[in-house]
Design a protein. Structure first.
Length: 315
């Protein structure tokens, strides 16, 4: 073993950090793939699973976001699924994520919120602002956890999820946000991160909610109006949209693409778990400082679908 360790050290001595990471990826993949995967289950042996599937037919699965109109579009936050929340800078991606996380935590379902752009103190301040709770009430009434270290890479995701599931009974993990887990966000790196996140969701039977940025157009200006954005404009590669089960984007702008102080919009781009009506996939919520509530109705429908894109409803 000592000889092999010296051999590895010699072979990696001239590699830069990125090349070392690639080498470790290859080694970890070999270890994962070493276990036999030749099991086969005939349908006659899966009677119990079939009966469960039949009983669940047409029912709401997974955790609720806390917003009934959004649940109707997304079909719930199902175990084993990956949900992406995208959007332009400063347009509510993280705020929607933490509002959903707190809605779930209030139901005493354990949530792990990994914030890679805020300190713990900043996270606690947001929680207090959104819930309007005292520290004592927060500690008693919220089943909510954060990670200790903020210097994370995507390889740290699985150990954290494993610990959260085994020790806290965690059912949903939020990662805020993907770009902080990588080095240069190359296509290869993003594809690997996407694969790891999906694998972890399936392995531990948890829902992984991941915040992602949008690509920028020339000169740093977004390519389109927010409601015309599609999956291809997520920052990274096609692997993100392919591996995800549900993809939504958020905006503080209305359907005239103008900033709205009181409203918050969510558009569902993809839903592998539920039928998606492509003519009716925008939900309008209420924005009150940092708190997002459900006091507005779904605003899009077939009459709004035109050749020019989504049109605003005028009173």
């Amino acid at each position: 073993m000592e000889y092999k360790l010296r051999r590895i050290k010699d072979l990696t001595a001239e590699l830069d950090d990125d090349e070392v990471v690639d080498a470790l990826d290859i080694i970890s993949d070999r270890l994962i793939d070493h276990a036999p995967k030749d099991g086969i289950i005939h349908i006659s042996e899966a009677l119990e699973e079939l009966e469960v599937a039949e009983a669940e037919k047409g029912t709401f699965l997974g955790l609720s976001t806390g917003y009934s109109t959004l649940d109707a579009k997304m079909g719930g936050l199902e175990p084993g699924s990956v949900v992406l929340i995208g959007g332009e800078t400063s347009n509510g991606k993280s705020m929607l994520a933490i509002n959903i996380a707190l809605n779930i935590a209030k139901e005493m379902t354990n949530v792990l919120y990994m914030s890679l752009e805020m300190t713990r103190k900043q996270v606690w301040k947001r929680v207090m602002a959104i819930t309007d709770m005292t520290p004592a009430r927060m500690a008693e009434e919220l089943d909510f956890s954060v990670q200790e270290s903020f210097n994370l890479e995507y390889k740290d995701i699985e150990p954290l999820v494993k610990k959260a599931v085994e020790e806290k009974g965690c059912e949903i993990i939020f990662v805020d946000y993907l770009q902080y887990l990588g080095r240069g966000m190359t296509e290869k790196e993003v594809a690997k991160m996407s694969q790891v996140i999906k694998r972890v969701a399936l392995k531990y039977n948890v829902c992984m909610v991941v915040i992602v940025s949008l690509r920028k157009g020339s000169g740093g200006v977004e390519k389109r109006k927010w409601f015309d954005t599609e999956i291809e404009e997520l920052m990274g590669t096609a692997a993100l949209g392919y591996d995800a089960d549900v993809v939504v984007i958020t905006s503080r702008k209305n359907l005239e693409n103008e900033f709205d102080h009181d409203k918050f919009f969510v558009k569902v781009l993809k839903n592998r778990n539920n039928r998606l009506d492509f003519h009716d996939r925008i939900v309008e919520l209420k924005w009150d400082m940092m708190k997002i509530t459900e006091e507005y109705r779904v605003v899009t429908g077939h009459p709004l679908a035109t050749a020019e894109g989504w049109q605003a409803i005028h009173a």
